[in-house]
Design a protein around this ligand. Structure first.
Ligand code: T6T
Length: 325
């Protein structure tokens, strides 16, 4: 009857409204541990994470080390575990060195999601290996990003000549994959481009700048450089400028801090590949919250890129991907 179905509907709705109310009884605390705190990439990721936390009524705790360094990140992680958050989002600074420290979180019953970087091989919830315990990996496709950088740099130098990768240090999943994608793309499509030995700068822009000058001194016919993350690109660009080679040694930058706009406008940098760190933070928090409220979540979420150059840098639809300071 109509009355009976009305009753059934009322009961149904009652059940429906009960679960979000229950979820809101508990205010979840979600910790976000960046690769380092003073990096526009992670500052932007934090903003996205905070936006999601606010929308969901969760609390976001942002705690990290001042440098991109596993030895400094592990004690921060230990301190976060001691605070017993409901979930941990982390950008592990080393593929292997963070496995055991993160296992401690998982063993303590704290769900772990990695953002930006991964541990092990980045394949989670497979039931094999010692690093598959995180629930999800939310990040850019860094091999693809490296390939995009190679394509852009090859185009900028007319398809031939010497280039090299300015990189952070081996063992970082993101920057390892960018270098891998860069070299694959060059080998497959640009046989006349010679990729010189990678220079590792330890995430120090000054070091990246001196390395550029040293490589240029050894190779006066150097045509280009790929800066595989924010500080590598910033430093390599500064090195090119200090060597008086603006526009002659071409620069492709990964990441898009505010300074990239000037560097593109002056012609120091040809192309910047902006990641979407705010999306990484937003979906990191949403994923943690979904898990905490009993929903299944995807084991991997890929966020996109925006390729920025002189032709589009002033377009608001592009400029919105410039990172926050
Ligand atoms: O490129 C980003 C991030 O994706 C990488 O893992 C580390 O470096 C940055 O934070 C930029 O500095």
């Amino acid at each position: 009857t109509v009355a009976a179905s009305g009753l059934a509907l009322a009961i149904g709705l009652g059940t429906l409204v009960a679960s979000p109310a229950q979820a809101q009884d508990k205010k979840f605390t979600i910790a976000l541990i960046p690769g380092l705190t003073t990096d526009a990439f992670y500052i932007t990721m934090r903003k996205g994470a905070e936006a999601a936390a606010e929308a969901l009524g969760a609390e976001l705790v942002f705690q990290g080390a001042p440098e991109f360094n596993a030895v400094l990140q592990v004690p921060v992680l230990d301190a976060v575990i001691a605070r017993k958050p409901d979930a941990i989002l982390i950008a592990p600074t080393d593929k292997t060195q963070l496995i055991q420290p993160l296992k401690k979180a998982a063993d303590a019953g704290i769900p772990v999601i990695t953002v930006d970087t991964f541990i092990g091989d980045g394949k989670y919830q497979t039931g094999s290996g010692d690093a598959d315990f995180p629930l999800a990996y939310i990040a850019s496709d860094n091999v693809l990003g490296g390939r995009m950088a190679a394509h852009a740099l090859a185009q900028a130098i007319g398809g031939e000549g010497k280039v090299y990768v300015s990189n952070v240090k081996p063992g970082v999943s993101t920057t390892d994959q960018r270098e891998e994608g860069f070299k694959e793309e060059m080998a497959e499509h640009y046989p006349n481009v010679q990729v010189l030995e990678t220079q590792f700068n330890d995430d120090d822009a000054n070091k990246a700048a001196s390395q550029l000058q040293a490589v240029f001194a050894r190779n006066p016919d150097l045509k280009g450089v790929f800066g595989a993350n924010l500080f590598s690109a910033l430093g390599a660009g500064n090195g090119v400028q200090q060597a008086g080679q603006t526009g002659k040694v071409r620069v492709v930058a990964f990441d898009a801090p505010t300074s990239i706009v000037d560097n593109i406008n002056t012609g120091l940098v040809d192309v910047a590949i902006a990641q979407h760190p705010a999306e990484i933070g937003y979906y990191g928090v949403v994923s943690a919250f979904a898990h905490l409220t009993g929903h299944s979540i995807p084991t991997a979420i890929g966020t996109g890129f925006t390729v920025i150059d002189k032709a589009n840098v002033a377009d608001p639809e592009v400029a919105k991907y410039i990172y926050s300071d």
